[in-house]
Design a protein around this ligand. Sequence first.
Ligand SMILES: N[C@@H](CCC(=O)N[C@@H](CS)C(=O)NCC(=O)O)C(=O)O
Length: 218
Amino acid sequence: MPLNLYYHPLSPPSNVVRIVAKLIDTSFEETEVSVVTGEHLKPEFLSINPFHCVPTLVDDGYALWESRSIITYLVDKFAPGHSLYPTDLQKRATVNRWLYWDSGTFYASLNAYFGPVFAGKPVKPEAAEVFKKNASALDESLKSTKYVAGDELSVADISITVTISVASAMGIDTSELKNVEKWLKQVESDFDPSTWQTLVIDSANGLGTYFKSKAFSS
Ligand SMILES: N[C@@H](CCC(=O)N[C@@H](CS)C(=O)NCC(=O)O)C(=O)O
């Protein structure tokens, strides 16, 4: 049964999907779509995803976009019952709560920082402060739990790890947040080193370098 991920190597949500696939030992064909040169706006891709974003998963003709819906779909389909996306109603609701928080608040506040710069506008330092405030709320919550949603690694940890790693690569320093730092080390130890290096660190640094070249070059 053909399974294909349309992605870009520097796209944080694409990498969230690629990480989760590795953690559940699921593989798919990967098709790179350059959002830089406008491949995502060509009719071939628009016929798959009229919302023209990556990542987009195509499972035997069924197209799904939005990284957080893709990762929960992948676990439910290929690793049902896996602790990354628990089936217990309240545990799952807590994981979903963090996924929505990342999408609607945390990553959204990072996007408010880098989005305008990618569109050729000046960097707004105050946007970084909003992100840091959100990171502090995460830090506070991580005082009492090992992972964001409780005692076990979940897809929410993956999504939020990528968000905070990209922020750090863009120069938003959250290293004073000790609970976040401890949690990141814990998540890193749950990955195999090459997945951590390529899909978290290298990809964040690649996007961070691109951001800095646009934000701070005169
Ligand atoms: N909320 C979406 C965000 C997807 C997104 O913004 N992807 C970017 C690349 S990181 C993209 O495809 N941009 C081109 C576009 O939306 O037209 C997700 O989590 O999948």
